[in-house]
Design a protein around this ligand. Structure first.
Ligand SMILES: [Zn+2]
Ligand SMILES: [Zn+2]
Length: 172
């Protein structure tokens, strides 16, 4: 169950499961989350400790531990997570997000706070420097789509997966 090496190459559907102890497997209004939108595959809710005025988390209902587990076959699912949820959120919040510069991305373990894949959707600016450094976007260079960072932006993630690579802290 916990053997990441052997689960790494299984399709997401097969490593996905409900983890009773995972906070994000238990997201619901009843459990105190400010859920703003949900579908059969995704749930979006307000971050409990927002780094900027508008800060949401979008998670798959399936328990996927992190962005490290995603691979090329997950590009479509990742795209769906990123695009469909952003447009729903933008509509829900009367385009507030469109008026700001926004940032979307994933933390890379071990620098993730919850071990369940979550996409941060943020309307910049950050509240302060301490918040900003938690989400360092690192532009790609040469053949890399992303530089050295423990945060991968949504579009970088898609490009890395499309190339058949996996996402990590080092340039990829
Ligand atoms: Zn979970
Ligand atoms: Zn995070």
């Amino acid at each position: 169950m916990k053997d990441k090496a052997s689960s790494r190459h299984l399709p997401v559907a097969e490593i996905s499961r409900y983890e009773p102890d995972c906070a994000f497997c238990n997201v619901s209004v009843e459990n105190g989350f400010d859920v703003i939108w949900e579908s059969d595959r995704l749930i979006a809710f307000r971050d409990r400790d927002p780094a900027c005025e508008l800060h949401f988390q979008i998670i798959p209902r399936l328990h996927i531990p992190s962005v490290r587990q995603l691979e090329k076959s997950d590009v479509e699912m990742s795209r769906h997570t990123i695009h469909s949820s952003k447009s729903k959120i933008v509509i829900s919040f009367h385009a507030d997000l469109l008026d700001h510069q926004s940032r979307m991305g994933f933390h890379i373990p071990p620098f993730n706070s919850v071990g369940h894949l979550h996409l941060h959707v943020q309307a910049l600016p950050y509240k302060n420097f301490a918040r900003r450094v938690k989400y360092p976007a690192a532009p790609g260079f040469k053949s890399f789509h992303k530089g050295f960072s423990w945060f991968t932006e949504a579009n970088q993630t898609i490009l890395i997966l499309q190339q058949g690579r996996s996402v990590g802290i080092f340039p990829c």
